[in-house]
Design a protein around this ligand. Structure first.
Ligand code: HEM
Length: 141
């Protein structure tokens, strides 16, 4: 009797590449948000009027939030570990907070706007940690 079958692969590591791709796209949008916010703020200062220069930041902002939701969906579908899922859930919660904080910052107290910017930094850090996790998972044999 011969052993024709090769070695059985028993690796159950979750695939990391889809997470790297979707979290990478989210990171590109987050970076764009910083650029568009800076541009909008200085344009507004320069023209001393609200002539629509913040609209790109608003539009890409909602797209960025959708990309964060996509990060969570991909984390769930590719059956990432519990810690990765928790981070992705926190990412979505922080993303959903962003328009609320921006609105409060514009209409009530500017410190909400400061929080909006600080939360953007936290979102970038968390998303970066997910890119790292995905990259490590995809590097595993
Ligand atoms: C993850 C990154 C970010 C996301 C997802 C995001 C998202 C958003 C969204 C969706 C809005 C529109 C809210 C509305 O409908 O009224 C907004 C507004 C705003 N964002 Fe961001 N933002 C981000 C980063 C930043 C940063 C880094 C700054 C810089 C300080 C900033 C400054 C502002 C300001 C000043 C507004 C209010 C604009 C206005 O007066 O209508 N954002 N943001």
């Amino acid at each position: 009797m011969s052993e024709a079958a090769g070695p059985i692969r028993t690796s159950r590591a979750a695939p990391g590449r889809p997470l790297v791709i979707v979290a990478g796209v989210a990171m590109a949008l987050i970076a764009l948000q910083f650029v568009l916010a800076g541009y909008g703020i200085f344009e507004r200062q320069f023209h001393k009027a609200d002539d629509g220069w913040f609209e790109p930041h608003q539009a890409v902002g909602y797209l960025t939030i959708l990309s964060l939701i996509a990060v969570l969906v991909v984390s769930l579908v590719t059956r990432q570990g519990r810690d990765t899922i928790v981070r992705a859930v926190v990412l979505v919660v922080l993303g959903i907070l962003q328009p609320l904080l921006a609105g409060l910052g514009a209409d009530t107290n500017p410190w909400y706007g400061v929080l909006h910017a600080a939360v953007a930094v936290a979102i970038a850090g968390l998303d970066g940690s997910l890119i790292g996790r995905g990259a490590r998972a995809s590097a595993q044999p």
